[in-house]
Write a protein that binds this ligand. Structure first.
Ligand code: TYM
Length: 333
């Protein structure tokens, strides 16, 4: 029977330590979606080198991220888990798509502007080209949908623009992908600066809860979270960003609705909320951490997962790349 499942694509960069923002905004949703879609989940190591990396650390973080995907419940038998650099079609399509992308568009990208401000010593071409490589990732697999956090909105938009541009000049070649954001948790904010996104490269390490943090570190970070001078526990991101952020994290990790979460904390104080969120997150992270450690001790298994992933990803990607090369007039043997 013909496969009628839609295709889903997403990726995470193996840089720094992942935060609960990455988990809530991305990986935890992948787990829920994996039965309904044909999923490709990449480890975006080619994106990672747009900021200078220590090679040994990058290698280590690659396996560590793969183990994390699996520990979070992504099934490597159902989904294609692979390393971006194992599929050369990403770089090849990126080159072609570069010729369909304007320098001005890339200069206007928020993340490019932010990262160039933070890494003034290394504003390299890769940093600027980052969204085109991301477009190549998505378009190679003819993805219908791309589950990401809100910070990736502009990147998915540009991937759609590039796809449409190419399709209009030649003929329909790429599926035009849709971004998929979760209603709750598409943007988890920094605990110390709740108007800003929680980031792997947070300036203040107390603002980000890392997936590798120990139980007491997790609880301490939540205890120190910035709230407000009021004492009402209510979800209102505009006027109460800190409290709303804590409620969001609680709601996602407890799998309770926001209304239910608010009811649970009715009449309680901020101290109770902070402690409850900290304990809940620590409880949920513990089994993921131990499963990740177990998987990391089995490198043979992880390599096998990557080999299988590379095979399947290469097969799907080369089909699209072949079509593109033909349409643009690359002579084929
Ligand atoms: P990266 O590695 O920065 O982040 C991985 C995923 O985590 C989400 N995320 C968040 N969600 C909610 N709250 C937060 N505070 C938060 N921080 C991060 C991100 O939105 C993302 O979904 N460019 C991508 C990786 C990539 C990719 C792709 C994604 C490469 N190719 C193709 C989708 C499709 C990135 O740097 O994500």
């Amino acid at each position: 029977m013909e496969n009628v499942k839609k295709v889903l694509y997403s990726a995470v960069q193996p840089t720094n330590n992942l935060t609960i923002g990455n988990y809530i905004g991305a990986i935890s949703n992948w787990k829920k979606l994996q039965d309904d879609y044909d999923c490709f989940f990449a480890i975006a190591n080619m994106h990672a080198i747009t900021v200078r990396q220590n090679p040994a650390e990058l290698r280590q973080r690659t396996l560590s991220l793969l183990a994390l995907y699996i520990a979070c419940g992504i099934d490597p038998e159902k989904c294609v888990l692979y390393l971006q650099s194992h599929v050369s079609a990403h770089a090849e399509l990126c080159w072609v798509l570069n010729t369909f992308t304007y320098v001005g568009e890339m200069e206007r990208m928020t993340q490019f502007k932010d990262k160039s401000a933070r890494h003034t010593e290394n504003i390299n071409m890769g940093l600027m080209d980052y969204p085109v490589l991301m477009a190549a990732d998505i378009l190679l697999y003819q993805a219908d949908c791309v589950p990401v956090g809100l910070d990736q909105r502009q990147h998915v938009e540009i991937a759609r623009d590039i796809a449409q541009r190419f399709n209009n000049i030649y003929s329909p070649t790429f599926k035009v992908p849709e971004a998929l954001y979760m209603k709750t948790g598409a943007k988890i904010n920094d605990l110390q600066n709740p108007e800003k996104k929680m980031s792997k490269s947070a300036e203040n390490p107390n603002g980000a809860v890392f997936l590798s943090d120990d139980r007491d570190v997790v609880i301490r970070k939540f205890k120190r979270a910035v709230t407000d001078s009021d004492s009402l526990i209510k979800y209102d991101p505009e006027t109460k960003p800190g409290v709303s952020n804590l409620l969001t994290v609680y709601s996602v990790f407890s799998q309770k609705s926001m209304a239910e979460t608010e009811r649970e904390f009715e009449g309680k104080g901020y101290g109770d909320l902070k402690l409850a969120v900290g304990e809940l997150v620590a409880d949920k992270l513990a089994p993921i951490q131990s499963e990740q450690a177990r998987l990391l001790s089995d490198k043979t298994y992880l390599d096998e997962v990557l080999k299988r992933g590379a095979l399947l990803a290469n097969k799907a990607a080369s089909r699209t790349l072949g079509k593109v090369y033909k349409k643009i007039g690359f002579y084929q043997l």
